[in-house]
Design a protein around this ligand. Structure first.
Ligand code: WT7
Length: 662
């Protein structure tokens, strides 16, 4: 890791400290610092606290079954239903309170408010419709939908009948949809005709249909009519049903929530890893739901009377955990908006916050960096005093952006929670408790109560405070992924093999490795420095370099390709592709466009390369390994260090010159 180390150290930045605002602490859901000791002394029973926030139809017998690590089971023997926890239990007290406030993009269109009762009714109708279509318990239902209210309705309807959902981000390509439906053997798809983005009614169904063409089995599709007269004139075929017709057929239906075992799958979420094939992260009913409920309460400080706003997309884990399941489980009002923060203009988010008097804002550093670039006159023009807490997620936040957020959005009156977690962890892992801990811009904070995070060297030994190392989690937690769908072996290989004694049956010998670099300070505050594997973080979106490379080498005329992340002021990282063409292939702009299109087709516009650099060779070690770090240095315009271990050192200057010329 010596090679890694210098680079990680270089990413450390100066820090300062801020105390949580007194007015916030006074009302915080959690404000007693004893919670850290209590949870540690009482582990794993401390997690009963999270479980007790849910309604169970059958009590669990055991908090943790660690007989077969790393295949842990939580709250075993218990039964519950996630949709009942997000809906039914709130009806009596707050049936008329908004559950979802939805803001569509066109300003001349009415926004939608779904009260808890409305949402309950829609979910029941949808559950009845899905069941009639043949969806049974444990059938995976894929959703390929943008930010429209029908998405959470469909998710909760699936949860109600015990059918796991697999939501595919709407910005992903047709090919990405097909890969995920094939991998999950998913026979059902819920999608829509299109949606609005930056003023245009986008055609989504053509992309969905193209994906369906590559699905290897029979499918049934439900299509939401989002665009009405702005639609693209689609005709549905025999395997496709109109959402409104289906729900109307089941008007007033009530479907008993199915009792799910604590460990039954609630959903699958595909995410990127180091190989080309996406990983199907499996989350369970009790462990996941208790985790997101507890962290929504303790970290986001959500109360039922709040209007909570997370600007993420439900197509990613942040939206699952902290737009849908966590907030609704707590009975609060959760916001959803369609479109982007800069359309119709850069006031979009601030207008929404002002109009709905939002109490929390949870967003990504990449968005904050854009807001900074645009200037504080936009938020300054709006009354944001309803805000009580700010959060960030998805990538490291630089102290300058943190301070801007704290000052210009929070008016120095809102604590900022910088939450480190992953698709795999289900919910928050490392962050301050906003009513308890001081804040240090750039540092996420200590591990949450009941978690054991350590920074280690390659031998698994804890490194000294201030030094860069690998982040590890040394004890299991309820919200953790249970496995990779249909691939237990890859689950062990990807997350556990690095630092565990995999022959041991003792959980003390099993260590989870999230593939992030980090450092810890003397006070236990952890600064996450970024991925140490071949996964990129572009605008908080996770992309595998291998996925992009395989799309590029699939283009006729490409001999070899290497993809790395270069620093980017707003996106955090940007995709740089180095490409060797085959003999006779012209290194033309047209060919460059072809490569870019191939990446968009395989993954989606989010993976679009910032630069495609043609090169006669890639820098390789004598053993033939591509020196990715050198390619990163070149992308960043950094000094290239020692190239003497290269087989072909002369190539470095060539590539630099080509990139400079572009
Ligand atoms: C990766 C996980 C967490 C939901 C959204 C992304 C990076 C996430 C932080 C943070 C520094 C962060 C890590 C992690 N990351 N949050 N607060 N500080 N880095 O989920 O797509 O599974 O990506 O995002 O590198 O491993 P994801």
């Amino acid at each position: 890791m010596s090679d890694d180390n210098g680079e990680l150290e270089a990413r450390l930045e100066e820090q300062e400290e801020f105390e949580p605002p007194a007015a916030f602490v006074e009302q915080a859901n959690v404000s007693d610092s004893d919670i850290y000791d209590e949870f540690e002394e009482n582990w794993p029973d401390c997690w009963e606290r999270a479980a007790s926030m849910l309604d169970w139809t059958d009590d669990y017998d055991q908090v943790l079954d660690a007989e077969n690590p790393p295949f842990y089971e939580w709250f075993t023997g218990g039964e519950l239903n996630a949709s009942a926890n997000c809906l039914d239990r709130h009806l009596e007290e707050r049936g008329d309170q908004p559950a979802i406030e939805w803001v569509g993009e066109p300003t001349d269109e009415e926004n939608v408010t779904l009260t808890y009762r409305d949402l309950y009714e829609r979910v029941n109708e949808c559950a009845a419709a899905l069941r009639e279509m043949g969806v049974g318990e444990d059938d995976v239902v894929t959703m390929y939908m943008p930010m429209i209210p029908q998405l959470p309705v469909a998710m909760l309807a699936c949860a109600r009948i015990g059918a796991p959902h697999s939501v595919v981000f709407a910005g992903f390509s047709a090919e990405a949809l097909a890969t995920r439906m094939n991998a999950a053997d998913s026979e059902y798809l819920v999608t829509c005709d299109g949606y609005y983005r930056r003023g245009d009614p986008l055609d989504h169904l053509s992309k969905a249909n193209e994906g369906l063409d590559s699905v290897e089995h029979e499918t049934t599709t439900v299509v939401v009519d989002r665009l009405g007269d702005d639609g693209h004139g689609h005709e549905l075929d025999d395997s496709q049903h109109d959402w409104d017709d289906l729900l109307a057929d089941h008007e007033g239906a009530e479907i008993d929530p199915v009792d799910r075992d604590a460990e039954d799958m609630l959903f699958l979420m595909y995410t990127s890893g180091t190989t080309g094939e996406p990983k199907g992260v499996k989350h369970t009913t009790a462990g996941y739901l208790s985790w997101v409920t507890w962290t929504s309460h303790s970290v986001l400080d959500i109360k039922p009377e709040d209007t909570y706003f997370c600007s993420a997309d439900i197509g990613w884990i942040t939206g699952h955990s902290y737009i849908v399941y966590g907030p609704l489980s707590l009975g609060t009002t959760t916001m959803m908006y369609e479109g982007t923060p800069d359309h119709p203009d850069r006031n979009r988010l601030w207008e929404i916050i002002e109009e709905y008097e939002a109490t929390q804002l949870y967003t990504a550093p990449t968005a904050i960096r854009s807001f900074m670039k645009w200037g504080h006159q936009y938020p300054d023009d709006h009354d944001l005093s309803s805000l009580r807490l700010l959060g960030t997620v998805g990538e490291p936040i630089n102290p300058r952006a943190w301070k801007w957020y704290y000052q210009h959005i929070g008016d120095e009156e809102c604590p900022v929670v910088d939450t480190w977690w992953q698709t795999e962890t289900g919910g928050h892992m490392i962050t301050t408790l906003p009513g308890v801990g001081k804040m240090k811009p750039g540092s996420a904070g200590p591990a949450l109560p009941g978690l054991d995070a350590q920074i280690v060297d390659t031998n698994g030994e804890a490194v000294d405070p201030g030094r860069a190392g690998h982040l590890t989690v040394q004890k299991p937690w309820p919200g953790m992924l249970r496995t990779l769908y249909n691939n237990d072996e890859r689950f062990v290989d990807e997350y556990w093999r690095e630092y565990s004694d995999t022959d041991s049956e003792d959980m003390a010998d099993w260590v989870y490795f999230p593939e992030d670099g980090a450092k810890v300070d003397d006070d236990g505050y952890i600064t996450v420095l970024g991925r140490v594997d071949d996964v990129l973080n572009v605008s908080g979106h996770r992309l595998g370099t291998m996925e992009i490379e395989s799309a590029i080498v699939g283009v006729e005329g490409v001999a070899e390709a290497a993809v790395v992340g270069g620093d980017h002021e707003v996106k955090g990282e940007a995709v740089y592709a180095y490409v060797i063409v085959e003999d006779g292939q012209a290194e033309s702009d047209e060919f460059r466009d072809e490569i870019v299109t191939a990446v968009e087709d395989a993954i989606g516009p989010i993976a679009r390369p910032e630069a495609v650099v043609f090169t006669p060779e890639l820098p390789k070690t004598r053993s033939g390994k591509i020196m990715r770090r050198l390619l990163e240095d070149i992308a960043n315009g950094d000094d290239i260090g020692d190239t003497s271990t290269l087989r072909n050192p002369e190539v470095v200057e060539d590539i630099k010159t080509t990139l400079d010329e572009e």
